[in-house]
Design a protein around this ligand. Structure first.
Ligand code: 5CA
Ligand code: ZN
Length: 418
């Protein structure tokens, strides 16, 4: 599957600091101790109702993480999937009288356009579930060889008892796990399962549903095995960051990680598990099932510069949930205008301390609001007391573009990329 085009990224002097980030598995802020090459897997969209601001917050968060790693001198191999075959797509297709493949195609296109407008660096590997079915079949074969599969009717399940570290990502108690499995497409009550928590690996063909041939009969992949197969194949048995929203911690990441660890025999699958907090609207998590959504593309159509959308998202640190309000856009537009004005001047206050501050804040668990506040302070000084450094405005534009992903070129930020 095609990724999206990479935005230009100007180079900064010096080098960024090593990142410390909140890790769900150890429940602590820890150094992300990546080697020279950092490997990152971030769960991608299920392509319908894209790209809402919850999605955008999550992908901008990993974009910051990506940029901080690059600035610290790492090479980054970044894989992201598209869940382009799944029950919600069939439901949406039935509701709208359309084809699920067409919904997936057009919504993935829209997501790519939104990511491009928001200057999100593209993944190295952007891959769909459908095109990854051979990888899934191979991984189920490996699990079978480890005695980690069983059948219920013609469906194939994974026995969680074969995963010694099951629970080490989410730390949930059993009751909470069962409840969350039921809420997230699982089937804890299905008779014949060895354990209610056992996730589906392969769903045998049902009338009216698409199916692909496999050694275990025609069918389609379960959800968690999709991400496990893509990550193992494209990144290897150990990765540095597994990412997604907090709603994916259980069952999706717990189960996908269990598949990967049992198949590879390597623990832990990810050195760090990063989960972004949820964005709400009208007091509830912004979600496709509830329908309380605001879209990046709708804001863009209404003339909101993508750089302002990005600044509104950067006003929140990734571990703290928050409520979207239209006022956030207005405030971000004002901030963007001030930053543009201050950096369009011939001179400004020395910006080298600002570079250190922004690097320090981002390395501190991706504290984007603190980094934004530091740029605000420089901007206020530039617009009030002025400053004599002819290099400062350019350096601030580079800091904003390279680390925060906010291009201050008034033409682009004003909407020519919409
Ligand atoms: N395709 C699967 C992952 S393999 C999936 O969860 N797709 S999704 O379209 O439902 O969500 C895509 C990403 O956006 C996930 O990481 C999810 O955690 C995140 N996300 C969804 N809603 C919100 C929200 N309201 N706030 C923050 N992030 C969200
Ligand atoms: Zn996933």
């Amino acid at each position: 599957m095609q990724s999206w085009p990479a935005p230009t990224r100007s180079r900064l002097p010096g080098r960024g600091m090593p990142l410390r980030v909140y890790d769900t598995a150890t429940r602590s802020v820890r150094p992300l101790a990546a080697g020279r090459t950092a490997r990152m897997y971030v769960c991608g969209i299920t392509p319908y109702d894209a790209t809402h601001l919850g999605h955008a917050f999550t992908y901008v968060t990993y974009d910051l993480l990506h940029r901080v790693l690059l600035d610290a001198g790492h090479d980054v191999i970044y894989a992201q999937n598209v869940t382009d075959v799944d029950d919600p797509l069939f439901e949406r297709a039935r509701r709208d009288g359309s084809d699920w493949r067409e919904i997936a195609r057009s919504q993935t296109d829209l997501f790519r356009a939104d990511m491009t407008a928001l200057r999100v660096l593209p993944p190295t590997v952007y891959v769909g579930a459908v095109e990854s079915i051979p990888l899934v079949i191979e991984l189920i074969g490996k699990l079978h060889a480890h005695g980690a599969t069983y059948q219920v009717d013609s469906d194939i399940y994974f026995p969680v008892e074969t995963a010694p570290h099951f629970g080490a990502v989410s730390h949930l108690g059993r009751e909470a796990m069962v409840a969350r499995a039921a809420d997230s497409g699982g089937d804890p009550d299905r008779p014949g399962k060895k354990d209610p928590l056992d996730p589906l690996l392969w769903r045998a063909e049902r009338p009216g549903e698409p199916a692909w041939p496999s050694p275990f009969g025609p069918g389609r992949p379960g959800w968690h095995i999709e991400c496990a197969a893509i990550a193992l194949t494209h990144l290897g048995a150990t990765i540095d960051v597994q990412g997604g929203g907090t709603d994916l911690t259980f069952p999706h990441h717990e189960c996908g990680v269990a598949h990967a660890e049992v198949a590879s025999g390597v623990w832990p699958f990810a050195r760090t598990y990063v989960h972004t907090a949820m964005v709400s609207l009208d007091g509830h998590k912004m979600s496709k099932s509830r329908g309380n959504l605001e879209f990046v593309s709708r804001l863009r159509r209404h003339g909101v510069p993508p750089a302002a959308i990005r600044l509104a998202l950067l006003d929140h640190q990734h571990t703290v949930g928050w409520e979207w309000t239209p006022a956030a856009v207005e405030s971000a537009r004002g901030r963007l205008a001030r930053w543009q004005l201050a950096t369009s001047r011939e001179h400004g206050p020395d910006a080298r301390p600002l570079l250190d501050d922004v690097r320090r804040h981002l390395a501190d668990d991706l504290d984007a609001p603190a980094a934004v506040a530091a740029v605000d302070r420089w901007t206020t000084a530039a617009l009030t007391t002025g400053g004599h450094d002819p290099d400062a405005p350019g350096l601030v534009r580079t800091i904003s573009d390279s680390l925060l992903g906010v291009d201050l070129d008034p033409v682009v930020a004003g909407g020519s990329s919409v």
